[in-house]
Design a protein around this ligand. Structure first.
Ligand code: SF4
Length: 301
């Protein structure tokens, strides 16, 4: 990737670069796809929608809507109904496949809500949180922000935290994909760490614990960040943001096609199979056969 100083912008006064974790990670995954997604206007037409994205969106929407129901209506059956009501047909092979997956999604959400206490009101649902660093204005939308008691044996409870509040915030991120998640996924997630820092900043409460709730297996992968580990993630976010910012500045100054490919190179890898823009990328298309829209669904369901 091109270093900022190579692009000649090191002397320019900087405004904060506005980004979400998704955008920053998108830069790392493939700068060419980043350009297609965020910079080219109009963007190249995308391929057909993915069925696994429809499933994920329907589950996320149902869970968010469930928490917005009045307490007495937050039943397991209501959760299943919300899946039916918000179901998205996009990407499924046919009506029969869509129906089978709708029933599966309904079971996932019903099983998950069976384990929830409807009275345990979250602090936020699909809540946007934000923070600034010296170079970034970061924001993101969190699936759920819980409030939990800080354990009595927590070293911070003898200090100012106990005096201010005995509760802390917990970041909850729902997952519906085939990949089974573990502690390392929670620990290394830049997005979760940014959400934790931004939630602490926005809601003025301690927030160090992050959790991935994997609905297909019912497993929760969690990690307790320290202030130092959050800082490390924010520094990484800044470093990615520096590269993306410099490339964006070069784009806005005007690049010919060859320079676009130099500043926004394609990164060919397994992500090409699921790239919305693969039809506009000869390198990605040569290296990988595109999947059919429903190929991301678990064949064992
Ligand atoms: S097909 Fe692969 S290399 Fe091409 S834009 Fe998409 S992710 Fe990048």
């Amino acid at each position: 990737m091109t270093a900022p100083e190579q692009l000649g912008f090191e002397q320019m006064p900087r405004r904060l670069f506005r980004a979400t974790p998704t955008r920053l990670l998108g830069w790392l995954d493939c700068p060419r796809r980043y350009r297609f997604t965020y910079l080219d206007r109009p963007p190249p037409p995308k391929g057909p929608p993915w069925a696994h994205n429809s499933l994920g969106a329907a589950v996320h929407t149902a869970l968010a809507s469930w928490w917005r129901l009045p307490l007495e209506h937050r039943t397991v059956e209501a959760a299943g109904e919300l899946v039916e009501r918000g179901w998205l047909e996009d990407g499924f092979r046919d009506e029969a496949q869509s129906y089978r997956w709708r029933q599966h999604a309904r079971r996932l959400v019903e099983t998950y809500t069976t384990g929830l206490d409807p009275a345990d009101e979250p602090k936020g649902v699909e809540r946007t949180v934000a923070l600034t660093t010296s170079t970034l204005a970061l924001s993101g939308r969190v699936d759920r922000i819980d409030e939990r008691l800080i354990p009595a044996d927590d070293p911070d409870t003898d200090g100012p935290v106990r005096e201010v509040s005995a509760v802390e915030l917990v970041i909850v991120d729902y997952k519906t994909g085939r990949h089974v998640l573990d502690t390392d996924d929670a620990r290394t997630s830049l997005a979760l760490a940014v959400y934790a820092a931004a939630a602490a900043r926005t809601l003025r409460r301690r927030c160090r614990r992050v959790e991935l709730h994997h609905l297909p297996t019912g497993r929760v992968a969690s990690w307790e960040h320290s202030p130092e580990s959050i800082t490390r993630h924010l520094l990484r976010a800044e470093s990615i943001g520096e590269e993306a910012y410099a490339a964006e500045q070069a784009f806005r100054a005007g690049l010919d096609d060859a320079a676009k490919d130099r500043v926004f190179p394609p990164i060919v890898g397994s992500q090409c199979q699921w790239c919305d823009f693969a039809n506009h990328c000869p390198e990605g298309r040569r290296a990988y056969t595109s999947h059919r829209p429903w190929d991301g669904l678990d064949p064992e369901v």
